[in-house]
Design a protein around this ligand. Structure first.
Ligand code: IPM
Ligand code: MG
Length: 362
């Protein structure tokens, strides 16, 4: 049966990078008989401009009717003055909450061709292959009470709540242990249990879940140390699992180890494998519309979509191999450029991946 992907390009560089991913999808259809249809919808600032809300009802209906969602990026300076409730980012958070996408998989892998693009020494990062699993629908991002209030004294207070219940911790821990079982069977759970009671519970529950996974070596690390270890000796990690906010921060850090945040895809999954796929970089308003952005994170996100939501690991592999081939041929967008390589545009990089895919068909 034909599967449906809801495509939400969003803001900034979103439309440019999504365009390249859609070219790849077209090629998969024509060359390899992949049966997928797409339908585009609005999210983020463009949705606010057109409909007055960053996540309009039409978009919700679309994503609910689709088998998976491919998203570009949201946000930009144009919308920064808006009230929080209608900021572009609320569109993204709304999608995560609405679709119950509690498990965010952010793989940080160093493509050997990009060793020189990392700001870290080659021996620190070469061979890096780590998976960050970020809880995505709870924690301080969603906890209540929240907001900015004025006290009787006239002073304003800003307030957010870090809250997790056991079942939320248990289900993300289970995803993390299952993932570790398919990899090198090492899981590091990151918390701040020395200060935050909420993450003391996190540590307890993760440890409990671990009893069902005797083959996985479980360790715990405080988040400040984890940030340091990520830049000191990142190869010590196989799978990391952590809260929503810590995962947001640590995954940006891990991304830079791989040379550029423009390379990292992500999958956000619900309990049944339905998912939303997006590059972990943002909308990069400074380079939007300039044909400079790196489309590879989005193209690799499409690969994850085939692997996790459509159970078509073979197609995911085709996409990954095509990306490798484009990199092998020395093509680099500005963010991953190093001397001796050929600097290319967003569109040229997309075309190179498509022609590498095509050549697999012959
Ligand atoms: C991410 C982004 C988002 C987040 C923003 C855009 C709301 O930084 O996906 O990492 O904080 O989750
Ligand atoms: Mg982030």
């Amino acid at each position: 049966m034909t599967k449906k992907i809801a495509v939400l390009a969003g803001d900034g560089i979103g439309p440019e990078i999504i365009r390249e991913a859609l070219k790849v999808l077209d090629c998969l259809r024509h060359e390899f008989g992949v049966e997928v249809e797409t339908e585009q919808g609005l999210v983020g600032g463009v949705a606010y401009d057109a409909k007055g809300h960053p996540l309009p009802q039409e978009t919700l209906d679309l994503v609910n009717s689709a088998d998976a969602v491919l998203l570009g990026a949201v946000g930009g300076p144009r919308w920064e003055a808006l009230d929080y409730s209608v900021r572009p980012e609320r569109g993204l958070l709304g999608l995560r909450a609405e679709l119950n996408l509690f498990a965010n998989l952010r793989p940080a892998m160093l493509h050997p061709q990009l060793v020189e693009a990392s700001t870290l020494k080659p021996d620190v990062v070469s061979g890096l292959d780590l998976m960050i699993i970020r809880e995505l629908t709870g924690g301080i991002y969603f906890g209540k009470p929240r907001g900015v209030r004025t006290l009787d004294s006239g002073e304003r207070i800003g307030l957010n709540t870090l809250i997790y219940n056991e079942s939320e911790i248990r289900r993300i821990a289970t995803v993390a242990f299952d993932t570790a079982m398919k990899r090198n069977r090492q899981l590091c759970s990151v918390d701040k249990a020395n200060v935050l009671e909420c993450t003391e519970l996190w540590r307890d529950v993760v440890t409990e879940v671990g009893k069902d996974y005797p083959e996985v070596i479980l360790t715990h690390m405080y988040v400040d140390n984890a940030a340091m270890q990520l830049v000191r000796a990142p190869k010590q990690f196989d799978v990391m699992v952590t809260t929503n906010m810590f995962g947001d921060i640590l995954s940006d850090c891990a991304a830079m180890l791989t040379g550029s945040i423009g390379m990292l895809p992500s999958a956000s999954l619900d309990e049944h494998g339905k998912g939303m796929y997006e590059p972990i970089h943002g909308s990069a308003p400074d380079i939007a519309g300039k044909n400079l952005a790196n489309p590879l994170a989005t193209i690799l996100s499409l690969g994850m979509l085939f692997r996790y939501s459509f159970n078509q690991g073979d197609i995911a592999q085709r996409i990954e191999q095509a990306v490798e081939k484009a990199l092998d041929s020395g093509l680099r967008t500005a963010d991953i450029y190093s001397e001796g390589c050929q600097r290319v545009s967003t569109e040229e990089m997309g075309n190179a991946v498509v022609s590498a895919l095509r050549s697999q068909g012959n």
